[in-house]
Design a protein around this ligand. Sequence first.
Ligand code: GLU
Length: 372
Amino acid sequence: MTTVLTNCKRIVVKVGSSLVTNQGAGLDTHAIGNWAQQIAALRKSGYEVVLVSSGAIAEGMQRLGWKQRPNAVHELQAAAAVGQMGLVQVYESCFRKHGLHAAQVLLTHADLADRERYLNARSTLRTLLSLGVIPVINENDTVVTDEIKFGDNDTLGALVANLIEADALIILTDQPGLYTTDPRTDSQATLVTVGQAGDEKLEAMAGGAGSHIGRGGMLTKILAAKRAARSGAHTVIASGHEAEVLPRLMQGVSIGTLLTASALSLDARKQWLADHLQVSGKVVLDKGAVRALCADGKSLLPIGVTEVIGDFKRGAVVAILDENRHDIAHGLINYSAAEATRIARHASHEIEAILGYVDEPELIHRDNLVLL
Ligand code: GLU
């Protein structure tokens, strides 16, 4: 038993493609009906539940009679368009049996990267929850290209958890949870029952392999837990086949892997900055600037920037890289790429002489910067 989840009220439940489609064999209406019944029971007890469901592409492939997952993006998009119809149809009828309305919400990364659309999505989801409706979210696969993709629904689940400030993200999959090593090849592998979200040791345990049905593997789930923890959400990775998994988890029964978030969470605006998966540009820092940012909590000054990459406008979200080009922070930049290139390596008091004006002495102010 654990008390971590017993106080949670708002939860995001993510179900993976292989679960929803019975390993690609077609929508598993029985299993979906089961989760719907569990969600309905939680709703009755006062929980707010958002469902993130994969399975559109897998179901589309099944309906179109495709045996192999295509590589061409337009074919994947076509499959998603066909399959999404089936998904929402089943969710709608399953929730209806419990007197609940479901609502389809299809999101792209661009929806969450744009501050206004992000706030709109948030208020719509909150309104749906206050109306007692179960939002069923998927990526809007038919319009996204590789550059603007969330990529997998584990990441989408984490971003939705941050968006609505959920207390917990429950990732249901076809595995019992995270193992110390790959249980298929190592008989000594043991289930990790509890860990700290963001602990790098977990990433090594998770490896990289995904299934041939969905996009995410165990690693994307571990990274999703790290992401969700930024807004204070705890994550559970558990088997969707476990009986009454959702209500039992919320009662504190230990099932699968629980990855706890630390008490400190980012404020909503900083989370939004951190959740930009694609950024307009990058700035590379020298050692001194990295120290100023990471150890001393300072703003980023132009003098510490060795390189400016990409084309961006003032106010864009950029990635901040250390000397080894690791992504260490995100921030809203005060100068365009052309201006930043000119003032890089210069002291702030020189900005006026170089550009003919000064907008701000900092390239990125501390208030607009989040360490990753
Ligand atoms: N959005 C994709 C679908 O519904 C799933 C991505 C994933 O498997 O994580 O098919």
